[in-house]
Design a protein around this ligand. Structure first.
Ligand code: SF4
Ligand code: SF4
Ligand code: SF4
Length: 130
């Protein structure tokens, strides 16, 4: 259930300007910046929308649109990630390939905007096995 009433308080409170209201409720706009986990959104929200530990329900994944798939060297996402969750894996016959460790990804979105190929997208975080 989505508890968001679309009041917009969190959008105004976010110092990074990365929240917006959509039909489904509040959404994150990683192409506009990264989440710093300051907690301002959760502080102003009167509904049970944000996790108390500020964890996200999504992580990110790199698609085949990545430039290295076309033989072009790029490491922009690796350089942008504050968690060092993206490593560059060597391979024979082509540029290093970015590999995203989803267990280390906080969902901050810092890797999204720097990607020149728009190859990084949010995916739902899988719940750990019971
Ligand atoms: S997440 Fe909370 S503060 Fe943000 S629009 Fe929804 S109800 Fe309002
Ligand atoms: S969304 Fe994940 S992979 Fe991307 S910069 Fe943030 S922690 Fe790193
Ligand atoms: S920034 Fe984008 S194009 Fe560059 S290595 Fe990362 S996913 Fe590939």
């Amino acid at each position: 259930m989505n508890a968001c009433t679309r009041c917009g308080e969190c959008v105004s409170a976010c110092p990074e300007g990365i929240l917006a209201i959509a039909d489904c409720g509040v959404v994150l706009l990683p192409e506009q910046g990264e989440c710093s986990f300051c907690g301002s959104c959760a502080e102003v929200c009167e509904e049970p929308v944000f996790a108390t530990d500020l964890s996200m329900s999504h992580i990110f994944a790199i698609s085949n649109d990545c430039l290295v798939q076309a033989g072009i060297t790029c490491m922009s996402c690796r350089d942008a990630c504050p968690e060092e969750a993206i490593s560059m894996q060597p391979r024979i016959g082509g540029p290093f390939v970015p590999v995203l460790d989803q267990s280390a990804c906080t969902g901050c979105g810092a890797c999204v905007a720097p990607c020149p190929a728009n190859a990084i997208h949010a995916v739902k975080k899988e719940l750990p096995d019971a």
